[in-house]
Design a protein around this ligand. Structure first.
Ligand code: ACO
Length: 414
């Protein structure tokens, strides 16, 4: 067996196992981090903006306040970068070891480039691929499913899965049906290859596109490009049939949880903790508590503080559950979410890593800060160089590109 001591103290699988004896791989969550903007908007604040009231919002949703990115410099990428840095820090893994960054988001920085690429550059994750994942609020669990698949296949050692949102920028603050629900924030988990049994045991992904109209951001894509008309009629904001989404969510949250438990060889009685998508307390009560009969103390809810942060809601809740001492090695944990698409996703996790905060000392923090400063300097240098190449130097002619030597070509074709 060929293993090396993992950065978090676990036995990590070596990319070079002993020939003929493939090591069983597991996908463990080894790092976690989250970040929310400072500005808080309470239900009382919303009373000043739309025809609503604190009592209605609390009783119909459970939400008391939400964080919003009030500073224009706070963007989906900037929140994601902060959450990702914390996740790498808890795992004590350097960005250069990350193989892939998946950023699940419903409010990306741009249609392209991907928010994940911006995060990759800021982290200095020079060996990582990066892409955004669009599956609305289910996106984070979709990302975990991909991370697990790549790790189990031996195609990646470390995958950073991020959920990050600035939904406040795509919410119509005059529409009381939607503006009371959403908040901004980011959460990130580092998934690592390990030979310690446990980790992400099973996942379930689902979609029913017949419900695409129930929750949509109509304009800004290729079907309805942004125009004066789309802006003036507010088609660039979230539109939602709340009742239809509610009914769908209650059914699918219970079904997806049952399915993922069955896939993992577990029963509802084996579950120690459920971390559901934090959309509406009544959805969680009607699905997880009433249908599955999972007791309240096994279900983590923090939507009263953050509202629905879409892809960020599950990692944000996990970070708080860890802080609250609700997560312990050996526990069976279920993540379950739903969202636009319509879509749903669930993951069954056997938690296997220590959750105690570790102190790394000043030298490690200094190294980390230096890594990020070096990443920023590298990025600036590359941008400047690219500008010089494209603005000052002529485009090179075909014959200026080095040709592969016949010997090299032959080597490649063997
Ligand atoms: N404040 C005060 N009254 C309100 C508000 C408000 N913000 N919104 C609606 N009302 C009124 C309605 O006008 C209605 O009044 P009426 O009876 O006089 O007509 C009454 O309250 C009840 O309205 P409903 O729409 O039936 O309220 P409901 O109990 O369904 O709650 C809600 C609405 C909270 C939107 C709920 O349907 C819900 O949570 N749906 C799911 C939404 C969701 O989770 N979306 C995110 C999906 S994840 C993603 O991909 C982003």
């Amino acid at each position: 067996m060929s293993t090396d001591q993992g950065k978090n103290g676990d036995q990590m699988v070596s990319p070079n196992g002993v020939a003929g004896q493939p090591e069983r791989r597991y996908a463990q969550i080894v790092g976690w981090g989250c970040h929310v903007p400072e500005k808080v908007i309470t239900n009382k604040d919303l009373e000043q903006i739309v025809d609503t009231n604190d009592e209605w919002i609390r009783s119909r949703t459970g939400i008391e306040q939400r964080h919003v990115a009030a500073d224009p410099k706070e963007t989906t990428a900037s929140l994601a970068i902060k959450a990702a840095r914390k996740a790498l820090e808890t795992a004590d893994v350097y960005p250069r070891h990350v193989d892939l960054i998946i950023c699940a988001t419903s409010s990306p920085e741009h249609t392209f480039p991907s928010t994940a690429s911006i995060v990759q550059d800021a982290l200095g994750a020079v060996n990582a691929g990066a892409f955004d994942l669009s599956a609305a609020c289910s996106g984070f669990v979709y990302g975990l499913a991909l991370a697990r698949g790549l790790i189990l296949a031996g195609d990646a050692e470390y995958v950073l899965v991020i959920g990050s949102e600035t939904l406040s920028r795509i919410v119509d603050w005059t529409d009381r049906n939607t503006c009371i629900l959403f908040g901004d924030g980011a959460g990130a988990l580092l998934v690592a290859a390990s030979n310690v049994p446990g980790g992400i045991q099973a996942t379930v992904l689902g979609s029913d596109g017949s419900g695409a109209d129930a929750l949509t951001l109509p304009a800004g894509g290729s079907a309805m490009p942004a125009s004066l008309e789309t802006v003036s009629n507010g088609s660039h904001y979230i539109k939602m049939d709340g009742k239809a989404v509610f009914r769908f969510a209650v059914r699918v949250m219970a079904d997806a949880t049952r399915q993922v438990l069955e896939k993992a060889g577990l029963t509802v009685a084996d579950v120690d903790l459920v971390i559901p998508h934090q959309a509406n307390k009544r959805i969680i009560q009607n699905s997880i508590l009433r249908q599955l009969k999972i007791p309240e103390e096994k279900v983590f809810i923090n939507l009263q503080k953050y509202g629905n942060t879409s892809t960020a809601s599950i990692p944000l809740a996990l970070c708080e559950a860890i802080e609250a001492g609700k997560v312990k090695p050996g526990q069976n944990i279920v993540f379950v979410g739903f969202g636009a698409g319509l879509s749903w996703a669930a993951a069954a996790i056997q938690w296997s890593v220590p959750v105690e905060k570790r102190e790394y000392g000043w030298w490690r923090s200094y190294q980390r800060r230096a890594t990020y400063q070096a990443a920023a300097a590298r990025s600036m240098w590359k941008r400047a160089l690219r500008r010089v190449y494209s603005q000052v130097l002529p485009t090179p002619d075909q014959d200026e590109w080095p040709e592969a030597s016949p010997a090299k070509e032959k080597e490649g074709s063997d």
